[in-house]
Design a protein around this ligand. Sequence first.
Ligand code: PRP
Ligand code: MN
Ligand code: MG
Length: 182
Amino acid sequence: QFDMSDFSEVLVSENAIGRKLDEMAAQIRADYEGKDLLLVGVLKGAVMVMADLARRMPPAVQMDWMAVSSYGSGTKSSGVVRILKDLDADLTGRHVLIVEDIIDTGVTLSWLLGNLRSRGAASVEVASLLRKPDAAKVEVPVTYLGFDIPNQFVVGYGLDFAESYRTLPFVAVLKPEVYGDK
Ligand code: PRP
Ligand code: MN
Ligand code: MG
């Protein structure tokens, strides 16, 4: 179905993602029982995690979306974050759970946490499927974490290289010759 020759390794399989999301969702459902919960997905990388996590939530749970940009066109973080699309929802008094695909340097999420916390939410927590501990420039408190992974260029399940590979159902390591690292 896919040309696997672009990848050196499948790091997290489709089954492993599904099992992990079951665990994360059970914990989230327990922690937010009786509270109204707003999931905030960070476009575009978080679309797959959001879709699969949200379908494991009770029907009253709501979704909203933000688009921010912390990367230029390259593969390295510029450290500059700007809002490309803001939330529709007013966060006043809401319980907010930011949903991310990956925490790399932490720059995006640390900025987003500060931004959303300034809007009067009752709580703001973070759920991320992946985290690269060895790439961290800023420590970000993650309440719900799927997997810690090595500091390699990974794609799939929402994660892109130049907007491609997001649709893969698994997370794989992209071969350096594909992204042009010499
Ligand atoms: C990626 C990823 C996270 C962020 C993590 O998004 O989806 O949102 O980078 O990097 P950081 O921890 O170093 O800030 P990107 O900016 O590539 O946009 P995308 O989600 O549209 O791919
Ligand atoms: Mn992203
Ligand atoms: Mg990206």
